[in-house]
Design a protein around this ligand. Structure first.
Ligand code: SIN
Length: 284
């Protein structure tokens, strides 16, 4: 029996009673999709998925998006067979990192928001987790927007923001990029600071990533001040919920209306996660 159990926070719910390795009925998908739209982040515990099953589950929501460009420090062999399953791991085998992000803290971000069409969703599946650390937190960008003072909502209406494509969420430079020294020259897509969610029709903040962000049309100092204020507000505990991973957890998030970050963990421990991204549309 499929059950939706909301977290007591501003975001997140557990979905019980579904085996994601099996094809999904239209009825089950409808329930899950409604819960997802309401809670933004869904956790499915005790799953046992191959990469093909992870991809099949993700395709219920839309076409898969390609993996992000890897960091210069990674030495993965990138080929077509792993185009759609992004390995996030600190494990090094035969001198090669098997995945990205290492054991470092990943700062608040929305996945691949530096692309003109950022993914609508990501699904992260835990294969190996460390005994402590590596928790992933999520922040609700609807409530972040709705709780801004009216004067701030008026001030940011119509403003855009550059979403940096040069660094990944742990601050490593991606292949093909130079370090940004002036945020006014940051490479990456410009998206509205406030976007309309294409399903709910509700406005939410769309912040992407703080590092190297810039609001075109403002002086640099003004842009920095406004962004610092928005980020501090949006990531305050009132808007957040934290996932403590168990092996077999799959967490699906709405990348349009939720930010996420990850705690660091002991680099001597193993953490292996597989992530899919689902194609989204142009933020408006
Ligand atoms: C991510 O930013 O998608 C990775 C989060 C995590 O490793 O928990």
């Amino acid at each position: 029996m499929l059950q939706v159990i909301p977290s007591e926070a501003a975001v997140g719910a557990d979905i019980d009673g579904v085996d994601l390795a099996q094809p999904m009925t239209a009825e089950a998908f409808g329930t899950i999709h409604r819960a997802w739209m309401q809670h933004l982040v869904l956790r499915f515990r005790d799953q046992a998925l191959t990469d093909n099953q992870l991809m099949a589950f993700s395709r219920n929501f839309g076409a898969l998006d390609r993996n992000p460009r890897h960091a210069k420090t990674e030495h993965r062999q990138i080929d077509d067979s792993i185009d759609y399953v992004n390995v996030i791991s600190n494990v090094v085998e035969n001198g090669r990192a098997i995945g990205g992000l290492g054991h470092y803290e990943a700062k608040w971000h929305s996945d691949m928001s530096y692309n003109p069409l950022p993914p609508m969703a990501s699904a992260l599946y835990a294969l190996e987790v460390p005994p402590a650390g590596g928790d992933t937190s999520f922040a609700n960008m609807y409530t972040a927007y709705e709780t801004l003072p009216e004067a701030t909502r008026d001030r940011i209406a119509g403003l855009g923001c550059v979403h940096d494509s040069s660094l990944n969420s742990v601050g490593q430079l991606r292949v093909g990029f130079e370090a940004v020294v002036d945020p006014r020259k940051t490479p990456g897509a410009v998206h509205p600071l406030v976007r309309t969610h294409p399903v709910s029709g509700r406005p939410c903040l769309f912040l992407g990533r703080r590092r190297n962000a810039f609001i075109p049309g403002l002086e640099l100092a003004e842009s920095e001040e406004l962004l610092d204020m928005l980020w501090a507000h949006a990531t305050a505990p009132d808007h957040t919920w934290t996932q403590q991973w168990r092996v077999g957890d799959l967490v699906l998030w709405d990348n349009r209306a939720a930010l996420h970050r990850r705690d660091d963990f002991d680099g001597a421990e193993r953490r292996v996660m597989h992530r899919t991204q689902i194609v989204g549309d142009r933020p408006f």
